[in-house]
Design a protein around this ligand. Structure first.
Ligand code: KG4
Ligand code: ZN
Length: 310
């Protein structure tokens, strides 16, 4: 009913998220964000039936602020507490709006820290059937942007420049990785050498070709992702296909997935932009399904930086 996001622009000047600053910003904004969410939804805290929070994985300082705050509110209002897994929540962002995918479905879950193909059998049963062996897809975007001298986070900017570029202008290799796993570190190295070589010949190379470079790199990242997704669909026979996570906001990827879906007779589900990058609604929808199952956390629960899937 409301999905309030307090974006932290402070990190831009450092070229990445500074954990200490992120934790402090969480402390500074959490009360006003919760207030704004309740106000927008038109509810009082006493109307709530449970309190959910992100338990893992992520930056531990920020997670601890959310966990302690949620536990305090749950304790003071005598409400059940629901601990949510951040990556499962990205997957279930696909269940926020209608039409919803039927189970089982495959979800390509791509963010700044993760690149996974998830087989979801129910809201509570999910398996990772493929994942990156090195960098995440979001890192591939952000590291490319850094090499091009663009500010952090670079994914949205590459997306923007790519819209005006020719994606077949420059060639970057597609790695050969077994099964359903991914790799993006080779791509980063090839972009580095490509730029060094061309900048040695022409110092204005990046400026003069930014759109074509972004389009070509983005096209390769998309083909790496969609080729594995196709393989996963062939192996499992599942044709309900979803995407999730910050990188699924990429316009080129959304368009390419829709076209591929038509070609393969898939039922494709793509969350609204605001449910792709990190958001509160995906935590709430996951909590809703956990609430129905009575899957509550004890007050002794704490946050953790890393987490295994159930
Ligand atoms: O899911 P998310 O918001 O946060 C994490 O849980 O990591 O994902 C952030 C990642 C960043 O790497 C960012 O560059 C990337 O998502 N991203 C994009 C786009 N919007 C966000 N990458 C490509 N194209 C976009 N439009
Ligand atoms: Zn995320």
């Amino acid at each position: 009913m409301s999905n309030i996001v307090a974006s932290q622009s402070i990190h831009e000047q450092y070229g990445g998220v500074v954990p200490e600053l992120a934790s402090r910003a969480h402390i500074q904004y959490i009360v006003q964000v919760v207030d704004a969410a309740l106000q927008k939804a038109g509810y009082d805290v006493r109307d709530l039936s449970a309190i959910a929070f992100t338990q893992s994985p992520g930056l531990i300082g920020s997670l601890l602020v959310g966990a302690q705050f949620a536990k305090s509110v749950a304790l003071s209002l005598d409400l059940p507490l629901i601990a949510v897994h951040h990556m499962q929540a990205h997957v279930l962002a696909n269940l926020i709006d209608d039409p919803k995918p039927e189970f089982p479905f495959l979800c390509l879950t791509i963010s700044g820290g993760h690149t996974q193909i998830v087989l979801a059998e129910s809201p509570a049963r999910m398996r990772v059937i493929g994942e990156t062996i090195d960098d995440a897809a979001g890192e591939a975007f952000d590291k490319t942007a850094k090499l091009l001298g663009l500010p952090y986070p670079g994914g949205p900017l590459i997306d923007k420049y790519a819209a005006d570029g020719k994606s077949d202008r420059f060639h970057f290799p597609e790695p050969r990785i077994p099964e359903l796993d991914f790799s993006f570190s080779g791509l980063k190295t090839s972009i580095l050498y490509f730029l060094q070589e061309n900048l040695a010949k022409d110092p204005n190379f990046v400026n003069d070709n930014i759109s074509d470079i972004c389009a070509s790199v983005q096209q390769r990242i998309i083909s790496i992702l969609l080729n594995k997704l196709t393989k996963a669909s062939e192996q499992t026979g599942i044709k309900n296909i979803c995407i999730a996570g910050g990188v699924s906001a990429n316009k080129g990827l959304r368009k390419a997935l829709e076209e591929l879906g038509k070609h393969n007779s898939w039922n494709v589900f793509i969350p609204k932009f605001e449910y792709c990058t990190d958001n509160a609604a995906m935590i709430a929808v996951t909590a809703y399904y956990k609430f129905l199952l009575g899957d509550f956390a004890p007050l002794s629960v704490s946050a953790s930086a890393r987490a295994e899937w159930d």
